[in-house]
Design a binder for this molecule. Structure first.
Ligand code: MN
Length: 498
């Protein structure tokens, strides 16, 4: 991509930004673009493009997810410290503390390098993600946008890197996007990784699916026409499209023992998606669908509006007998639910901001006033997500680390990760760090607050041992609460000797 073309892309982003959000922020974006180009001057991506093309692409993705201006700015700048020539103080000076915190957060999350086994790498990544997440979820969204663009340009990388990055995307980032309710992003990450991780399966599914997608689409066309007219007769305004199941998810379904590559058994290879304005209309539409196409017994209706999925997904799914008895899945939801299912948490955020700030939000930004309400809604939302994550066994299950859900991953103040069993205390932590440290325990802090030594640590916490000046013997009552073998052994050893 030549510089000229790059500038054209930047102008497009500016125009789109202006159309949807007004003039405030335009100068900041221009300034950011200049800064990013300067910080990456002379650097190229392996695709041969100037490095700044990546900065721009990431920022554009964040804009399309409707993230706020500081996130878009941080998207432009996310590699300027790590890979470019910028320093934190430059970013603070030009763009302020908030943007700098986001950039540093992304840098930290990206700093993870492969070491040890493959699982170790994934887990390490996850831990870092959690940590960053606890601070600001926008960091995670910037990282996802970064990964999405890196996947789109993965072809330019050497083979071994392609495999490592694609596998990590498939096993960590795509499930993370799903967990955040970003269905479209998950699908895109899956399908970008698929050919690198499972090349043979990819070729096979791709080749075989062409015919079946086409057949299913033709079939659905008739139903679509029919339903549109029935809905209209009943006074329901609706939009109907066919949703193609994405390739990777089609493959995992085909591999299921009850399917065994029988395409006819994949009822949602192309699903009919009905979008209406309100929740009551969803149920009216369901009635109309069932009036013409009978629901399939036992596998019929799933009502994710009454009972949303854990990631917030809402929709009614029904499997019906279509023309010629072919089973077809019909999904019914509101326009708002549809947007939420594409952008997930980002869309929730955009909505709550729009709601609290009203139409004058960009005016407020322009005059430098930030309604305190939107900060509030952001914090509230973050708290909700953290609650969900802290007890989310199902999250670990979703990312296939079953065995890990009973482990505690805690951090040292430097960010080193310690893997402790459930019920572990600061004393266990101290002995895990170094057996010598056990002789210097004076107290402990968790997330900056002093806690008793029998405190039960939880995943994601930062633990700090308050050290005594001089070594002293461990106390026998510690044996009442330590759970690790190392701690028990060391304490007992000392008590025996004395
Ligand atoms: Mn990057």
């Amino acid at each position: 991509m030549a510089q000229k073309e790059l500038e054209k892309h930047f102008k497009e982003l500016l125009v789109n930004y202006k159309v949807s959000r007004g003039n405030a922020g335009i100068d900041i974006l221009k300034n950011t673009w200049k800064f990013a180009k300067l910080a990456h001057i002379g650097q190229k991506r392996l695709t041969g493009d100037p490095y700044a093309s990546h900065s721009l692409a990431v920022a554009a993705i964040l804009f399309s997810w409707k993230l706020d201006l500081p996130s878009i700015v941080a998207g432009f700048l996310h590699d300027t410290i790590e890979d470019g020539g910028a320093a934190s103080k430059d970013i603070i000076g030009e763009f302020g503390e908030e943007v700098n915190r986001l950039v540093e957060g992304v840098t930290k999350v990206s700093n993870v390098r492969l070491r040890g086994s493959q699982d170790e790498e994934f887990i390490e990544n996850l831990r870092k993600m959690f940590l960053a997440m606890a601070k600001d979820l926008r960091v995670v969204l910037i990282k996802l946008a970064d990964r999405l663009h890196n996947m789109q340009t993965l072809y330019a990388l050497p083979k071994d890197k392609q495999l490592r990055i694609a596998r990590e995307t498939l096993e960590v980032f795509a499930p993370l996007a799903e967990r955040l309710g970003m269905g479209e992003v998950k699908a895109e990450l899956d399908d970008l990784s698929f050919p690198y991780v499972y090349p043979e399966a990819y070729k096979k599914v791709k080749k075989l699916s062409i015919f079946h997608y086409k057949k299913a689409e033709e079939h659905i066309k008739k139903m679509k026409r029919n339903l549109l007219s029935k809905l209209a007769t009943n006074g329901i305004e609706a939009k109907i499209d066919g949703r193609k199941k994405h390739l990777y998810s089609l493959w995992t379904k085909l591999e299921r023992p009850e399917i065994r590559w029988e395409f006819g058994k994949v009822h949602d290879i192309v699903a009919l998606r009905i979008l209406v304005k309100t929740i009551p209309l969803c149920y009216s539409a369901l009635g109309i669908v069932h009036n013409f196409y009978k629901p399939v017994p036992t596998i019929g209706v799933s009502d994710f509006i009454a009972q949303p999925k854990p990631n917030g997904y809402r929709s009614i799914h029904t499997k019906v007998f279509g023309p010629r008895g072919r089973i077809v899945e019909v999904q019914i939801r509101t326009f708002k639910m549809h947007e939420e299912s594409e952008y997930g948490i980002a869309s929730h955020w955009a909505y709550s901001e729009a709601k609290t700030r009203g139409k004058d939000d960009y005016f407020l930004e322009k005059v430098g006033v930030k309604a305190s309400d939107d900060k509030l809604s952001w914090i509230k939302q973050l708290a909700e997500w953290q609650n969900e994550i802290s007890d989310s066994k199902e999250f670990f299950r979703a990312i296939k680390f079953d065995a890990l859900s009973s482990r505690n991953f805690v951090f040292s103040p430097n960010g080193d990760v310690y893997d402790l069993p459930a019920g572990a205390t600061p004393v266990d932590y101290a002995y895990a760090v170094h057996t010598q440290l056990g002789s210097y325990i004076k107290g402990a802090k968790v997330d900056g607050k002093v806690v008793p030594l029998n405190y039960k640590l939880k995943s994601g916490q930062v633990v700090e041992i308050i050290k005594s000046k001089n070594p002293h013997p461990p106390r026998s009552d510690w044996l009442n609460f330590v759970v690790t073998n190392v701690a028990r052994r060391e304490i007992e050893k000392y008590l025996r000797k004395n």
